[in-house]
Design a protein around this ligand. Sequence first.
Ligand code: FAQ
Length: 309
Amino acid sequence: MDKFEQAFNELIEKELKIEPRDWMPEKYREHLIRQVSQHAHSEVIGMQPEGNWLLRAPSLRAKQVLLAKIQDEGGHGLYLYSVAETLGISRQEMIEQLHTGKAKYSSIFNYPTLNWADIGAVGWLVDGAAITNQVSLQKTSYGPYSRGMVRICKEESFHQRQGYEIMMQMAFGTPEQKEMAQDALNRFWFPALMMFGPHDKDSAHSSQAMKWKIKIESNDQLRQKFIDHTIKQIEYLGLTCPDPNCKWNEETGHYDHSPFNWDEFWNVVNGNGPCNQERLDHHKKAHNDNKWVREAAAAYALKTEAQVA
Ligand code: FAQ
């Protein structure tokens, strides 16, 4: 082991941060580029299922709140692309990897939002799951990613509450609204739990990620944490958990759950979910349609640079 590797290992061991100009193993850099770029793509693609309801929000207030939330998600994508750029990949390369299917984004965004209750379920469950993971990632070993997570988590907690507020309005509304809330919960429960990734034993990257302290808690630990605190929120709403086996277990001190449908998960991850094609087509179209904006901004930046020089 040379002195650079030794210095890197010491920083990891002492739970200090690795910064962009520090020496790092090539595999650590590649691992982070993969994870952070996929995280960025998830934030950006995640704007689509919610954007679907912007023009149909039931009140001006609801529309303003949803618009602010969706803009925040776009902002999170931009922070995260910037984090990945500090590791030596360009934004253009990341977008190409998304468009060619080399880079993934979260499975959850390949499910449709069919009605307004689904917007509540996305904010409550999807942002709730994202926060559970991201609070843990605040302690990740790569400095820019960790600092980005601190800011993102503050905004995500507002997002989770806007979703829960919609769920409360629906669950405490008319019987039809309550039924819609239950139906949204039924459809989003298992896909939200699968956002945490495969079980630890099947997770290809977890073991190394935990050695490098990129991941602080495992997929299963985070999933269990999310289940444990969300069940109480389901009860408060007067709704029923769609998993009949979700019962408190005195021995483990956690809620149990049924086995997940991993075939469905991998099917969605591998591009065959209900909305995969639509999400990617939409992103590609927006990217191509907005080419002139990127060109104009680049030309303006060059002109300003020349004037300053
Ligand atoms: N979907 O070995 P692992 C949000 C892939 S942000 C798709 O366990 P890892 C905000 C994984 O990439 C939500 N693919 O992988 C919002 C790998 O494939 P690869 C996104 C998945 O990296 C709310 C393979 O399976 N959050 O929601 C998924 O150690 C509302 C093997 O898996 C993040 O990205 C999945 N669910 O753990 C926005 C957080 N799970 O890369 C708008 C950061 C696994 O070899 C609206 N990411 N895969 O081709 C992470 O923490 C991790 O990357 C995990 C996966 C936990 C997602």
